[in-house]
Write a protein that binds this ligand. Sequence first.
Ligand SMILES: O=c1[nH]c(=O)c2[nH]c(=O)[nH]c2[nH]1
Length: 283
Amino acid sequence: MAIVLGENQYGKAENRLVRIDRDGERHRITDLNVSVSLSGDLADTHLTGDNGKVLATDTQKNTVFAFARDGIGEIEAFGLRLARHFVDSQPSIHRAAVRIESYPWARLEVAGKPAHHSFARSGEGTRTALITYDGERAEVTGGLTDLTVLNSTDSEFWGFPRDEYTTLAEVTDRILATAVSATWRFATAEGADWGKAYETARACLLDAFGGTYSYSLQQTLYAMGTRVLENVPELAEISLSLPNKHHFLSDLSAFGLDNPGEVFFAADRPYGLIEGTVRRDDS
Ligand SMILES: O=c1[nH]c(=O)c2[nH]c(=O)[nH]c2[nH]1
């Protein structure tokens, strides 16, 4: 029985990169977590320790910071620049994946005016991108994660099968809460307005979550995905991962109290995990 090397990749993960753009006294902040993962003709280093084809992960890290010197721009564009550079400049590297998270900062108000250079980290979700390039084809995926949303009504869940293990009560009014993770794949890696696509997709996700009278989180997921595809023509598909952040009505009867839908226990685990992809029929 022969033993062989299987799939492998390597890279510098989680390069924490902050860039300040200065427009006179007014600063803008870009706060990224950039992970590079490369694969290709890398058998030698695994089999014999010959590193002649290994672009050091330290070099990868340096490249991320050096490329930021010229400006970062949209994270999808920055990831494309990096992915193309690693594959096109290194014969042994045949495929690059660059994953980027962009942490949001909100400008502070100081003395009643928008501050020039003061910010607070905001909890409004993290923008993400994943770029892959194999020397011929680039694929760009944008997205967001950790966008926590809640509807305090307009959610029901009933009509599900009851077997010998079912205890869940049917409800016609419940809290529906989730932390949205979404990834959307662009039909082409060229010419899309990455920033506008992000802003539109994010607004559509929030609008569809809030505006859908829900009979299941699955139904809400499909409504959210559909809304994004209807409004961002550059996208081929969108995948959503929605943890169902359960809010259980607290039983206060031991204290002689009723609970007319006001006091909830917010459980953090386990949680239902509802995931799905919505795509155009022709893609
Ligand atoms: O929206 C829901 N979908 C489910 O599949 C499910 N399962 C469950 O226990 N509660 C819920 N809620």
